[in-house]
Structures are given as structure tokens and as C-alpha cells.
Write a protein that binds this ligand. Structure first.
Ligand code: GDP
Ligand code: GDP
Length: 438
């Protein structure tokens, strides 16, 4: 995943640039809204390349001490989270000590750094930018975050700093071992499950939220399951630096892990039930076309009556009404209960996701049904589906050829999807259904 951080002292214009990048280039990450109060991160696109952008600013500053501490935080965030850094300075104030300080710290890190001289709103002050050569970078970019000038060149340069070929398209051409990511809100029990799976105590599990976590890929080969486990929780180091920002990191890491995975195990805390963040995470997984398995952890803590499992399942299915065909498992990571069936299901999903259905089989199975229940006619026009085939994509996508592709409604698409789910092994796998004119 490409991640760029904008760093620089207060008031140079970081947030202004950040907002411009989000506004101009499509989708703000609303999927995670409600998680952090201020939006300090978002998805942006430039020339077809997707990247994450982090705004490290937005702090209120009172004294020099606080400035220093905030600067350190920002730099720390940038170094930990980003591949590339946009280091911003302000032409109207010129070069000041704190810029030099930041440059010094940054240069020690092995990150790609782009120097952006901001507030060059016209050619009038363009020559003032030359002072910033003193910072020792080979070149700089003159930009105006307010009117946008120069930002295109800056983004062209930014794309050059990202690893080649990544994120330009889904990097899934070489499937080997299935990649499973365990994701979920902080404290649901992800680390505990990883420990149980690994039969060791790698992470120090605490119930203090607010610890830093790095996603790690673990080459897993136990109990007959061979896969890569993506551990979102990761090794924890307690740090007072974050606190208020912890959810922010959790979110970025969760998205990173989801994008990397084939199958995501979305973990819910049975004692807390399904929360809105869970819906957000669920949708991120679905929109990324990853296999989904819901696991309800801490089942040991729930008082069970005869129908408790179904009750839970129904509540969840209601919350995920747009894609219900998802396996749900009840486990206790601490007591090591329910783990093996869950892993079997996860591995199965990785297989389902690779499903290729022969065109002849697809047509033989579906056409009689679709001809028997055709889409409702629109404006007196009879809609006929004549033929269907699977696209040669990595995840299951299907095209249906018809005389009036634009007249087919969402409800009919769902009808086809439901039929397909009955006949083919697609449980837990989001699929694409497209209509084309024959
Ligand atoms: P941050 O603290 O680095 O995030 O800075 P802000 O984005 O909040 O900007 C600080 C101030 O600089 C605001 O008053 C902005 O309107 C102003 N500003 C930001 N970019 C530009 C620019 O390109 N030109 C001018 N003239 N002002 C700018
Ligand atoms: P993470 O933030 O999702 O990685 O959550 P942790 O693995 O750190 O777990 C958070 C807390 O929940 C810890 O106190 C764990 O001991 C506890 N916990 C995790 N799994 C279970 C479980 O299955 N049953 C019970 N009773 N507690 C659990």
C-alpha cells in the first residue's frame, strides 16, 4: 500500500493541501468515519494510482514545548506509517529553525522525501523559494495548496517514490499460499487468537487499548493448515505518544491488512456485539472483494440458552443485509474452542475465491432459471438474458449478455446472485455481476 505523509511545522499549509488532494481526487475514506474525530487520513488517486495520504497536522499549539512534542509525534507517525514524505515549508515566513530541525531528523531516515515550498500563489514570490536550497535537498516543488498550482508536478514526483507496480492494479497475479488476515476493533481478541494458533505467547496481551501495532505476515504451518497469517494486532509496544490517535492507526493497519489478504476473519467481541465500526470494516472487506468470515470471540463469556447462537447470527445477518452469505463462527480464543473448524472454513473460502466455472456449466445451470423468471419488462420491452460467462479475473466476476442491459434492476441482479450462490461454491465470497449488450 502506498502511503504518503505530509509533515512540516504548524501553519505551513499541510491541512490545506490534504483537503485539496482528497477533494480533487475522488473518494474520501468515509468508510471509517466516526472512528476518528478529525479526518487526518484519506484515499487519493493520481494518474490511476491509489495512495493513502496522512495529514499529521491539526494540533492546537500553546507553547514551544508542545510544538516540539507535536513535531516529534508527526515525524514519528510519518516514519512509521508512510513510504514517502511530503515535507512542507512556507515561503511567506522563509526558512526558520524548526524547518532545519525537521530536515535534520528526516534525513536520518531512509524515506523518500519531497520538499514542497507552499504558498507560492503567484510568480511574485517564486524566487523566495530558492532560500530553501539551504535545507540540502536536490530539488523542491513550488506549490500553492490554496489554488492548486504546482500540485500536479508534486504528485507526479510522489508517484515515482512509490514501489513500482504496486497498487496500480491489484497485486494478485501470483497466488501461492492463501493469506488470511485477522481484523477487528481493538481488544476483541485478535492477538489472543494469534497466540492460540501459534501455540505460544508472542505478544504481550493486555487489555489496555492504546498500544502500537504493526501488521506482520506469519508463515503458518500447523494443524495441517498452510497459509500466511496477517497479524494486524502485531507486536505491541506501549507508548504514551498516541492515546487519542490509536484508533487512527488501527484503521490504517486494518485497511492495509485487508488489501493484502485473500480472506479476512472479521472478529467480533461477543460481550459487545456488533457495532457500527464492524459494519465499516465489513464493507471495506466486501468492496475489496475479499473472502469474509465472521468470528464471534469470547463466546465463553456469554450465557447460553438453546437458541443463543441463532439469535446472534440473525442479528448479524440483519446488519449485513447486502451480503448475508457469510459463514459465522463462535469461538473462544482463550479456551481454544472452535478454532479448527474456523480455520478449515477460512481455507475453504480461499479456495472458493479462486472458483472458475466453465461457461457451458454456467449456462446450463442458470439459463433455464433466468428464462423461466426473466427480468420484468420495461416500457413494453421484453428483456432476455441470452448467455453468460465468467471473466478471466482473479476473483469471481460474471457477465450476462442481454438485449437491454440498462433496464435490468438491482433486485434482479440480486436474484441472479442468490441463484448462483445456491449452485456454486461461493459462500463468503463477494462476486461481481455485470450486464452487457449482446
Ligand atoms: P497546517 O497547520 O500546516 O495544517 O496549515 P493549514 O493548512 O491549517 O494552513 C495554515 C494557514 O495557511 C491557513 O490560514 C491557510 O489558509 C493558509 N494557507 C495554506 N496554504 C496556502 C497557500 O497555498 N497560499 C496561501 N496564501 N495561504 C495558504
Ligand atoms: P486485540 O486488541 O484484538 O489483539 O485483543 P487482545 O488479544 O489483546 O485481547 C483483549 C482482551 O480480551 C485481553 O484481555 C484478552 O485476554 C481477552 N480475550 C481475548 N480472547 C478472549 C476469549 O476468547 N475469552 C475471554 N474471556 N477473553 C478473551
Amino acid at each position: 500500500m502506498n502511503v504518503a505523509a505530509i509533515i512540516g511545522r504548524p501553519n505551513v499549509g499541510k491541512s490545506t493541501l490534504f483537503n485539496r488532494l482528497l477533494r480533487r481526487r475522488k473518494a474520501i475514506v468515509d468508510i471509517v468515519s466516526g472512528v476518528t474525530r478529525d479526518r487526518h487520513y484519506g484515499e487519493s488517486y493520481w494518474n490511476g494510482v491509489k495512495f493513502f495520504i496522512i495529514d499529521t497536522g491539526g494540533y492546537t499549539l500553546y507553547s514551544n514545548n508542545i510544538i516540539e512534542e507535536e513535531m516529534r509525534k508527526q515525524i514519528f507517525i510519518a516514519i512509521k506509517e508512510a513510504n514517502s514524505i511530503i515535507f512542507m515549508v512556507d515561503v511567506t515566513t522563509g526558512l526558520i529553525d524548526i524547518d532545519i530541525e525537521i530536515a535534520k531528523i528526516l534525513r536520518k531516515e531512509h524515506k523518500k522525501i519531497i520538499l514542497a515550498v507552499n504558498k507560492i500563489d503567484s510568480t511574485k514570490n517564486i524566487y523566495d523559494a530558492t532560500y530553501f536550497y539551504k535545507l540540502g535537498f536536490d530539488k523542491y516543488f513550488c506549490i500553492s495548496s490554496i489554488n492548486g498550482s504546482g500540485t500536479g508536478d508534486l504528485l507526479d514526483e510522489l508517484l515515482k517514490t512509490f514501489p513500482k507496480g504496486k497498487d496500480t492494479q491489484k497485486n494478485e497475479s501470483l497466488p501461492s499460499l492463501p493469506k488470511l488476515a485477522i481484523v477487528g476493533r481493538p481488544n476483541v481478541g485478535k492477538s489472543t487468537l494469534i497466540n492460540t494458533l501459534l501455540m505460544e505467547n508472542r505478544n504481550i496481551v493486555t487489555n489496555i487499548p492504546g498500544t502500537t501495532r504493526d501488521p506482520i505476515n506469519i508463515n503458518y504451518n500447523l494443524f495441517g493448515f498452510k497459509c500466511i497469517l496477517i497479524d494486524t494486532a502485531g507486536i505491541r509496544k506501549k507508548s504514551k505518544l498516541f492515546n487519542s490517535n490509536i484508533e487512527f492507526y488501527a484503521v490504517i493497519r486494518t485497511i492495509k491488512s485487508i488489501e493484502d489478504a485473500d480472506v479476512c476473519l472479521l472478529m467480533i467481541d461477543a460481550t459487545r456485539g456488533w457495532e457500527s465500526t464492524d459494519t465499516n470494516i465489513f464493507n471495506i472487506i466486501k468492496n475489496n472483494n475479499k473472502g469474509i468470515l465472521i468470528i464471534i470471540n469470547k463466546w465463553d463469556l456469554v450465557e447460553k440458552k438453546t437458541d443463543t447462537n441463532n439469535l446472534f447470527k440473525n442479528i448479524i445477518k440483519n446488519k449485513i443485509s447486502n451480503f448475508k452469505d457469510v459463514p459465522i463462527f463462535f469461538i473462544s480464543s482463550i479456551n481454544k474452542k472452535g478454532i479448527l473448524p474456523m480455520m478449515e472454513a477460512a481455507m475453504q473460502l480461499a479456495e472458493n475465491r479462486k472458483l472458475k466455472i466453465k461457461t457451458s456449466v454456467l449456462n446450463k445451470t442458470l439459463l433455464p432459471i433466468l428464462q423461466n423468471t426473466p427480468p420484468p419488462s420495461v416500457k413494453g420491452k421484453f428483456i432476455k438474458i441470452k448467455y453468460c460467462t465468467q471473466l478471466p479475473t482473479y476473483t469471481p466476476q460474471f457477465v450476462f449478455f442481454t438485449n437491454f442491459p440498462n433496464y435490468i434492476k438491482y433486485s434482479y441482479k440480486k436474484f441472479i446472485e442468490n441463484k448462483m450462490r445456491i449452485f456454486f461454491k461461493l459462500k463468503g465470497i463477494p462476486i461481481g455481476i455485470h450486464f452487457r449488450k449482446k
